[in-house]
Design a protein. Sequence first.
Length: 99
Amino acid sequence: MEKLKQRWGIESNFQLTIIFIVFAITGSASAFLSKPVCLWLGITKESLGFLFIPLRLILIFPIYQVLLVSIGFLFGQFTFFWNFEKKMLKSMGLGFLFK
């Protein structure tokens, strides 16, 4: 855990615990919210067949990004998650979004 704290620039075990809780809530919430969003967009298993799961996974990605920063803000960790988002998106080649 010390290596992770050092890598992320975290001072305390409490902050690390909060960050883990935010990741857990965000993952569950994004998967949960993807179903009604798919229905709203008309994306159903019956209409798309084998493409449904890949499209739903692609849809979860932006939902996850927004929720991660939002839930991180609610838990008082906005700065950590905003920096985490920027680093992750830059590593995916989407760094132009922050210029």
